[in-house]
Design a protein around this ligand. Structure first.
Ligand code: ZN
Length: 541
């Protein structure tokens, strides 16, 4: 998701509370149950901006224990709570719902927990969990968005990345004569009382924040293409009827991008569920909802392909990348959200390169360099329900994550090795979970290079390497060194020049080269990696 901003903690980063750790770590109350299937029914009320729903959580016992912790935002009221194992009581503590069973859950046994609920979901800065809107003709138009704030704002669930259901169903009842588009495939529609029901089914594991739906006056476009790996396939696009003309050429672009991703990483992961894009009511962004990617109001806002000669809409490129990185290969814990966002952001540069050549790649990299804060580590503390997406001051998981991958690639200076490593990580972990460690181990094994110090500098330190220099334009002496402390073994090649590069290996001590130019804008970052550059004003030669 590119830069959807939540201001849940004002301008400050939320600190971990005891509750964050309780809800974000693998306690016995979490390990006791392993989600197998979410069966969700929801009836949104557009007039009242409220919902009533039922969630059947199917799970397998993971640990002999009598208490489980389910996430449910406090504003949503529970009407009934039933289970196939007798419930003694339940307690609500903030957004945590503790359910006490009369007997211990048995390892490997199957259970169903059925929770009926209703309420008026909080409106978090008009960014979710439901964004209520209307189309230009005045028809209701609304969509869900829960990444960051949490899916528990909309339904009871276990909001932990490591525990995906094997499949899910989404049954949405609406009062309007409109269409519902959700993840996966539409199984049936029917009418019951005054409600029009749409039942959608996802046949694959899905991240809980990807479970979503959209309501509007939709029409569908289908694009067929020839996958190099799986033969003839279809990409669908759901657009508001009023935006259909604009949608046609826009989604046509997806075919080219799809083919490039398949070449780089392997087949599109959700053949059974299909690949679809959906115009959605969310404000100022898009979201990688699995097999039903929310594209926000990109069409009604008169989309254009990005400048910088990318010749491709980077939002579409980014969100589609998440089907491989984020949705199929998922971080085990929210602390590693950079694995989703860094990869998807780097894919924007890779697609620019593959479709438009190296100059477009370098432009993309230079563009990404401008949006880095370097105030907090890219990798967060694991085991706390830290919201990596939640604060606009903390978006280095996107651009700095991408620049880190760029740096590794440039330093390796062997594209075959680099792309083999990425492909291997994808293939070994598809429809599964990874951590920064497993990512690193595979990279090191595949490339045979000691990349540890790079992972440490770029992911755990606030500041990347800082090149301090002084340039005497008369003598053309260029002095350079690392200013900041870097881990042992960190050795980075720095390139100076504009074509005929000078290769430097800075240390903490000043070293000197004689340049031919009088310009001191000679550090060619886009050719070797991401660093900061600083003139040493106190330098005495
Ligand atoms: Zn993203």
């Amino acid at each position: 998701m590119p830069y959807v901003k939540y201001y849940t903690a004002g301008n400050k980063l939320a600190k971990f509370s005891k509750k964050d750790i309780e809800r974000g770590s693998k306690t016995n109350e979490r390990l006791a149950y392993d989600i197998t299937f979410y069966d969700w029914t929801i009836r949104p009320n557009y007039e009242k901006k409220s919902v009533e729903g039922k969630m059947d959580i199917h799970f397998k016992g993971g640990l002999e224990h009598n208490v489980i912790l389910v996430d449910l935002q406090r504003r949503l009221k529970i009407d009934s709570l039933l289970s196939t194992s007798e419930i003694e009581k339940y307690k609500r503590k903030g957004d945590a719902l503790y359910i006490y069973f009369k007997e211990n859950i048995q390892v490997g046994e199957n259970y169903v927990l059925s929770i009926k609920y209703h309420g008026k979901p909080a409106n978090v800065d008009n960014q979710g969990p439901i964004v209520w809107s209307e189309d230009r003709a005045g028809n209701p138009f609304y969509s869900t968005l829960t990444q960051g704030i949490g899916p528990h704002y909309l339904f009871p669930c276990k909001d932990m990345l490591y525990d995906e259901p094997d499949s899910c169903t989404i049954r949405v009842g609406i009062m309007e004569d409109l269409r519902v588009v959700a993840n996966g495939n539409l199984i049936e529609t029917y009418k019951e009382d005054q409600w029009n029901y749409y039942l959608w089914k996802v046949k694959n594991p899905i991240n809980v924040y990807n479970i979503s739906f959209n309501v509007g006056k939709y029409a569908r476009l289908d694009y067929t293409y020839e996958s190099l790996l799986t033969g003839e396939q279809t990409i669908s696009a759901w657009a508001l009827e009023e935006d259909l003309d604009k949608a046609q050429p826009f989604y046509q672009q997806a075919i080219l991008v799809m083919i490039e991703y398949e070449k780089m990483f392997g087949e599109f992961p959700w053949e059974e569920d299909g690949c679809a894009f959906v115009e959605s009511a969310i404000n100022g962004g898009a979201m990688e909802h699995q097999s039903a990617i929310s594209m926000g109001k990109i069409l009604s806002n008169n989309w254009s392909n990005d400048t910088l000669q990318f010749k491709m809409n980077s939002t579409l490129v980014h969100e589609l990348a998440h089907e491989w990185w984020g949705n199929s290969v998922t971080a085990e814990d929210y602390c590693d959200a950079w694995l989703h966002e860094g990869l998807a952001t780097y894919c924007e540069a890779l697609i620019a390169e593959r479709l438009n050549g190296k100059p477009a790649y370098r432009l993309a990299i230079n563009f990404e360099r401008q949006g880095v804060d370097n105030k907090r580590p890219v990798r967060k503390t694991c085991g706390a329900r830290y919201n990596s997406w939640a604060n606009y001051k903390d978006h280095d998981i996107y651009n700095k994550g991408a620049l880190f991958l760029h740096t590794i690639r440039q330093q390796l200076n062997d594209d075959e090795l680099f792309f083999n490593a990425l492909r291997r990580i994808y293939q070994e972990n598809k429809k599964g979970h990874i951590t920064t460690e497993t990512f690193k181990e595979a990279f090191v094994e595949e490339t045979g290079q000691d990349l540890d110090p790079y992972f440490e500098v770029y992911l755990t330190q606030n500041t990347p390497p800082v090149l301090q220099y002084n340039f005497n334009t008369e003598t053309k002496e260029f002095y350079y060194r690392w200013k900041n402390e870097l881990p042992e073994g960190f050795q980075m090649k720095v390139l100076l020049g504009e074509g005929d590069f000078l290769e430097l290996y800075p240390t903490y001590e000043y070293q000197k080269v004689i340049l031919r130019t009088t310009s001191d804008q000679v550090v060619a970052q886009e050719f070797f990696g991401y660093i900061l550059i600083e003139k040493d004003k106190k330098f005495k030669g």
